[in-house]
Design a protein around this ligand. Structure first.
Ligand SMILES: NC(=O)c1ccc[n+]([C@@H]2O[C@H](COP(=O)([O-])OP(=O)(O)OC[C@H]3O[C@@H](n4cnc5c(N)ncnc54)[C@H](O)[C@@H]3O)[C@@H](O)[C@H]2O)c1
Length: 289
């Protein structure tokens, strides 16, 4: 997608941080935006500041009915949707894996994994029916590509899950829908404070263990880098050079393990899992048709 002028974007978690900066950048380029957020008041304020091009929708992505209502309302008001920024996310407390709280684990998976999954589910169906060029950006993280260190298994594994289902989804989408995985490093947003609004159903608010995020890329720069990636049609949208060595560490270790522990042999394609799956799927569709 080369130009955003005249396009319509739906942005979950659009009332703050990265989502809000993407909304601002899109409106500056002549797009219209649906700002969806669990914090309806913040969404309303964000939309009001952006004028007629923006509209606010209260939407908790952990509730499938909210996502359906968002899609209904967006299509009803704007008549179309061209871009989806599946961006809402939270950060739980930090703890070693064995001591991670059940509430934190369930909360971060409900929002970052099931929420993002259900947003894909609802919007992919409708974008496919719409039948016009569209693009989806799922917000992963540098945590999708590597392990930063101890104490963050809950958040890190949730973002690996986003990488996993996004990479599969790209093979399921029709040709006219593109998809990207946004993998930011540290951005100056309210993410670390998200735990202060942890819902009662997951144990209620907790103290932010990190304090406010005072370091990191400005959300406006992140948004520009994200939109540049969408323009180019990149699958991985990476934004921070500081993440590079961490991703390289992961990739190199995996390749080293293959090189040291396996050997090429004639006929290895017999166990090529991708080939086996494609053959099985072809056989299944032949059987069902
Ligand atoms: N800030 C970073 O350093 C960073 C780095 C990598 C990835 N990310 C990811 O970027 C995305 C945006 O985060 P951010 O940094 O802008 O944080 P943020 O807290 O500033 O913004 C997140 C927004 O999501 C909303 N939200 C939270 N739970 C929701 C729910 N259940 N339904 C709908 N909206 C909900 C919040 O109300 C908030 O407005 C997240 O997925 C986050 O994991 C952030």
């Amino acid at each position: 997608m080369e130009s955003f002028a005249g396009k319509v974007a739906v942005i979950t978690g659009g009332a703050s941080g990265i989502g809000l900066a993407i909304a601002q950048a899109l409106v500056a380029e002549g797009a219209r935006v649906a700002i969806a957020d669990r914090d309806g008041q913040a969404a309303a304020e964000a939309a009001a500041a952006l004028g007629d091009s923006a509209r606010a929708y209260p939407c908790d992505v952990t509730r499938l009915e909210d996502i359906e209502a968002l899609a209904d309302a967006a299509w009803s008001h704007f008549g179309r949707v061209d871009l989806l920024f599946n961006n809402a996310g939270v950060m739980p407390g930090v703890a070693p894996l064995t001591q991670a709280s059940e509430n934190d684990l369930r909360w971060v998976y409900e929002v970052n994994v099931f929420g993002a999954w259900n947003v894909c589910k609802v919007f992919v169906e409708r974008l496919t029916t719409q039948g016009t060029p569209a693009h989806i950006v799922n917000t992963g993280s540098e945590n999708s590509l590597c392990a930063l260190g101890p104490m963050m298994a809950a958040y890190n594994s949730s973002k690996h899950a986003v990488l996993g289902f996004t990479d599969i989804l790209r093979h399921e989408l029709p040709d006219f829908i593109g998809i990207s995985l946004l993998c930011p490093g540290v951005v100056k947003t309210n993410l670390s404070s998200s735990i202060e609004a942890r819902p009662e159903s997951f144990g209620g608010p907790q103290k932010n263990p990190f304090g406010p995020m005072t370091l990191g890329m400005e959300p406006s720069e992140l948004a520009e880098r994200c939109l540049a990636g969408v323009r180019r049609g990149d699958f991985y949208i990476v934004t921070h050079y500081a993440t590079r060595y961490l991703a390289e560490e992961r990739c190199s270790e995996v390749m080293k393990a293959f090189d040291e522990q396996t050997e090429e042999y004639d006929g290895w394609r017999e166990w090529d899992s991708r080939r086996m799956i494609m053959q099985a799927l072809a056989a299944m569709s032949g059987n069902s048709g």
